[in-house]
Structure formats: structure tokens, C-alpha cells
Design a protein around this ligand. Structure first.
Ligand code: SAM
Length: 292
């Protein structure tokens, strides 16, 4: 995989030192999973440093279940041996890194949510003019591209700032290419017909649509992010995070909205106690920033 670097070049020792601060949390979770799982905690620390993904933000018991299967398939018994196995096999490590997070998405995913966004929320945002929107965990870009289509049809795309970010390098590479295999997206969604062309067993988005969205490969937990957004998408991502990480991320996202700005979460996701974060519920999945 093209973003794989030899571990020596990753600044691993410094990052392990930084991540050691996470040991107590890791230990607590590891103990809860299985006292006999010696080495799991150390493996997690190594994996977080080597992958650049703060895996301690996720529901570790889910990760543990998936990794046990992977380790068994690799034919190794212990976490220490599995680490050696991965160190010797950069491609296996790269595949494992990609599998840590799930990049399933789709254009206009959960259409009833999009109808509400488009019909009731977008017209009020940014005085009906160009707006700034960020899709956190945008996978292969379908979410910000869907928004670009809405804005284009409303005559608001020019001057809007649309950003998609994801920690998966493969997903971001595909988002930038804007090419979708038909196996992934069975046919060209009707709404995309004016913006896409069939290309063999795939279809490709037209250049103006691709140019409308900037993509960044970054872990949302790894650095501070800019504020002043009119709209932030954080959909079908919170469910993978543990409670503490959900809360930390939601607090930061709420503050990154401009007053009146809207946070859009997934169909099965909720913000508990939104008022504490300065948010008011518009619908169970759309939250408006009310605090200055
Ligand atoms: C299930 S997809 C959701 C895609 C899209 N938001 C949607 O609802 O269709 C979750 C995405 O979050 C990304 N993700 C997970 N952890 C992340 C992190 N720490 N920083 C940035 N993106 C992350 C994954 O790579 C994945 O592409």
C-alpha cells in the first residue's frame, strides 16, 4: 500500500512515548476483555503508534474480536508473535490498518435524512448563500459529493467550501479519483446522472464536481481542527467510538460550528445532553449550535 512507511521512518519511539499516557485506559479495557490476554495491551499501544490511528478511541472489545480472528488466520498464537508477523509483512500490516476502520458509505445515504437536510436545513444556513461544510469520516467521498450536488442544484456551489476528511488513505485516494465500481454502488444513482459517466464496470464523477470538494487524509483525533463551519457531517462514525471519545469529539465539533451552524449525525446516532454542548435538537440527527 502506498502510504506504508517502514516503522523506523515513522518516528515510532516518540509516538510510543506519547501514547504511553493511554496505558491506564488500555489496561482497564484489556482487563475487562480477558485477564488471560497477556500482551493485548502492548499490542494495542504498538498498533496505535505504528498505524497513526488512536485505536483507544474505539470500542476496543469490537476491535479485539476482529483482531483475534485476523491473528488466528495468520497462524500465530500470541499478540507478541502477531506483532512480529506484521513487522515482517508490510502489506499485511497495511491491510490490517485499513481494516481497523469501516469505510462503507453511499451517495445520499439514508435518503429521508437528506430530504430533511435539503428541504428544511440547507435553505436556512448561511443566509441561503455559499456555505462551509466539513464531512468528518467521509469514506470515499460520497457524502461531501452528495452535498455538492444539492448545493449546485440550489445555485450555491460557487463560493462554498466543502471538505471531506478520513483517516483511511485508500478511501481518500478513491474520493479524489471520484471513480466508483458498480459492484460498490450498483448503478449510477439517479441524482448523479448529470454528474457522472459510465466507465466500464465503474462510473466516474465529472471534474467540476470533483473539484468542488477538498479531501484530507487525517485522523480527527490527532490534531486541532479549524472552526467556523456552517455544517459538519459526522455520520456513521460515532457508533465505532467508545463513550469518552464520542463525548470528546462531539464537544470539539460543537465548538467548531459557527452559531446557527448544524451538526448532522447518522440515523442511529444521538448526541446526549446536547444543551451541555451548546446545541439544540432540530431533529434527532440534526443539532443546531445555539451558544455564541
Ligand atoms: C462507516 S464510514 C461512514 C462514511 C460516511 N460518513 C457515511 O455515513 O456514509 C466511517 C468512516 O470514518 C472513518 N474514520 C474512522 N475513524 C476515523 C478517525 N479517527 N479519523 C477520521 N476518520 C475516521 C473511517 O475510515 C470510515 O471511512
Amino acid at each position: 500500500m502506498d502510504n506504508f512507511k517502514p516503522l523506523a521512518a515513522t518516528g515510532l519511539p516518540a509516538r510510543v512515548a506519547k501514547l504511553s499516557a493511554l496505558v491506564p485506559r488500555g489496561e482497564a479495557v484489556a482487563e475487562a476483555i480477558d485477564e488471560a490476554e497477556a500482551g493485548w495491551n502492548g499490542f494495542c499501544l504498538w498498533l496505535a503508534a505504528a498505524s497513526g490511528i488512536d485505536i483507544f478511541a474505539y470500542k476496543l472489545h469490537q476491535l479485539h474480536q476482529r483482531l483475534v480472528i485476523r491473528r488466528q488466520l495468520a497462524g500465530v498464537e500470541s499478540w507478541a508473535d502477531y506483532r512480529c508477523h506484521l513487522l515482517d509483512r508490510p502489506q499485511a500490516f497495511a491491510r490490517l490498518r485499513e481494516s481497523l476502520v469501516t469505510s462503507v458509505s453511499g451517495f445520499f445515504r439514508d435518503p429521508e435524512q437528506w430530504q430533511v437536510l435539503e428541504g428544511r436545513v440547507l435553505p436556512q444556513l448561511a443566509g441561503g448563500g455559499p456555505l462551509s461544510a466539513w464531512s468528518v469520516g467521509c469514506a470515499m467521498g460520497q457524502e461531501p459529493y452528495s452535498l455538492a450536488v444539492c448545493l449546485n442544484e440550489a445555485g450555491r456551489l460557487a463560493g462554498s467550501k466543502l471538505v471531506g476528511s478520513d483517516c483511511s488513505a485508500m478511501a481518500i485516494e478513491q474520493a479524489r479519483r471520484g471513480v466508483y465500481r458498480s459492484a460498490l454502488e450498483k448503478t449510477i444513482p439517479e441524482r448523479l446522472h448529470p454528474y457522472a459517466q459510465a466507465a466500464g464496470d465503474a462510473y466516474a464523477l465529472c471534474e467540476p464536481l470533483r473539484r468542488a470538494v477538498q479531501f484530507r487524509c487525517e485522523d480527527v483525533f490527532s490534531r486541532p481542527f479549524a472552526g467556523g463551519w456552517d455544517l459538519i457531517f459526522c455520520r456513521n462514525f460515532l457508533i465505532y467510538l467508545n463513550e469518552g471519545a464520542q463525548r470528546r469529539l462531539l464537544r470539539r465539533l460543537a465548538h467548531a460550528l459557527r452559531p446557527g451552524g448544524v451538526l448532522f449525525v447518522g440515523r442511529s446516532e444521538r448526541v446526549t445532553q446536547p444543551e451541555v454542548l451548546g446545541l439544540a435538537v432540530a431533529t434527532p440527527y440534526l443539532y443546531r449550535r445555539v451558544a455564541p
